[in-house]
Design a protein around this ligand. Structure first.
Ligand SMILES: NC(=O)C1=CN([C@@H]2O[C@H](COP(=O)(O)OP(=O)(O)OC[C@H]3O[C@@H](n4cnc5c(N)ncnc54)[C@H](OP(=O)(O)O)[C@@H]3O)[C@@H](O)[C@H]2O)C=CC1
Ligand SMILES: CC(=O)N[C@@H](CCC(=O)OP(=O)(O)O)C(=O)O
Length: 355
């Protein structure tokens, strides 16, 4: 598919859409083959650079005001332009409606929303999808691959529908997966993930929660025992609800996530064993950076990159371990991971255009 892929981005006017546009416009495999950028069906055509001046170039031929346009969405336009891969950076409900329609037309999809991430109806219930259980939704769900390349690289290559993971979920699943899979974690003591996100995680529409007066100079917890990313943790780490407590917090910064994760090991471990396990698990994963034992990532190291950074501290007894992971919610938590999936689907190097 690689050379012939015509990519389209729906939701380019949003935060994640803007990052998708930036990454794809600079992608080495897409030189001279700009994606089709789409707005709502009822929108009017407008220059991409008018919407996102940060994407303007200085010669007026490429991304400048006379260059790329954002077109109103229509399936006819997608057919006319030969779109073969559609990126949906749209709310869950829109992605839920459009992904099956794209699949029906033979168009592959990478969906950045939560519409297709969850296998279990009990975990999907948090979204209250009206079509849940319908044959169309069930058929699309059956095709959906959880878009975390570090876990599902091979399945993603051939997938028709890739469900890009949640931003918090990425920051919790990646650091826990090696430890849980190795059977090291004492699940009877439970796992706690204390996770914090910058405000762009909530999207561009201002709300009471994200209003400057609420978010600035503040730190608040929310979604306790009920955040919709909990289901992703349970499914991807094969955990029972009682085995994990995940609490998100809103940080007064524009972007970036830090998850501080507390686990007990069943048996005492040495720091170099833990580091070796991480290094071996992610040896083929160019977008995960493992910090040396005792060194911890900070949000500022991974913000505006597509990396997930992981570090840990082990206590002297070797059983209590605090793991810290950081990523940029709009990149490894959204658009960067989506482009990583596009790379795999097109047969390109996983990290192409992302380093
Ligand atoms: N922000 C983040 O950190 C992350 C976001 N995501 C997911 O990615 C998706 C996009 O998120 P984000 O960019 O933050 O959201 P934004 O709110 O910033 O952007 C949403 C986009 O969807 C479009 N849109 C909204 N409603 C409709 C509609 N009814 N019909 C058509 N288009 C519509 C908007 O267009 P318009 O400008 O016309 O309103 C805009 O382009 C969401 O599903 C989100 O859950 C996933 C991981 C992280
Ligand atoms: C700070 C903030 O509000 N973050 C969002 C998570 C963003 C994300 O990952 O998006 P999905 O909606 O695609 O799951 C939240 O907690 O709802």
């Amino acid at each position: 598919m690689g050379d012939s892929a015509q990519i389209a981005v729906m939701g380019v006017s949003g935060y994640a859409g803007a990052e998708l546009a930036r990454l794809l416009l600079h992608h080495p495999q897409l030189k001279g083959k700009a994606p089709l950028f789409l707005g709502r069906a009822e929108s009017t055509r407008e220059p991409l650079a008018a919407l996102h001046p940060q994407l303007m170039d200085n010669n007026g031929t490429g991304m400048g005001p006379e260059g790329l346009q954002v077109e109103p969405f229509s399936w006819d336009l997608l057919a006319e332009r030969g779109v073969s891969l559609l990126l949906l950076a749209t709310p869950h409900e829109q992605s839920r409606a459009w992904a099956p329609q794209a699949l029906e037309r033979g168009i592959r999809v990478v969906d950045l929303s939560g519409a297709w991430r969850l296998r279990e109806a009990s975990n999907r219930a948090v979204y209250k999808f009206e079509d849940d259980g319908s044959p169309v939704a069930a058929a699309a769900q059956a095709k959906s691959v959880y878009g975390m390349p570090e876990l599902y690289r091979d399945e993603i290559r051939d997938a028709a529908l890739v469900a890009n993971p949640g931003c918090y979920a990425t920051s919790v699943i990646l650091p826990l997966k090696p430890l849980v899979e190795a059977g090291w974690v004492d699940l009877s003591r439970g796992i706690v993930s204390d996770s914090k996100s910058g405000v762009s995680g909530a999207g561009k529409a201002p709300t009471a929660k994200t209003h400057f007066m609420s978010a600035a100079d503040n730190l608040s917890a929310y979604g306790v025992f009920g955040h919709r990313h909990t289901g992703e943790l349970l499914e991807q780490l094969d955990l029972e609800a009682e085995q994990v407590i995940f609490t998100p917090h809103l940080l007064p910064i524009p972007r970036g996530i830090m998850s501080t994760i507390y686990v007990w090991f069943k048996e005492p471990k040495k720091a170099d064993e833990v580091e070796a396990l991480y290094r071996s698990f992610f040896a083929q994963s160019p977008l995960v950076r493992i910090f040396a034992a005792g060194q911890l990532p900070q949000i500022q190291y991974s913000v505006r990159t597509s990396y997930c950074d992981i570090g840990f501290h082990l206590d002297r007894g070797g059983r209590r371990c605090v793991i810290v992971s950081c990523l940029d919610n709009l990149l490894k938590g959204a658009a960067g991971q989506a482009v990583q999936n596009v790379n795999l689907m097109c047969g390109w190097k996983e990290e192409e255009g992302l380093l």
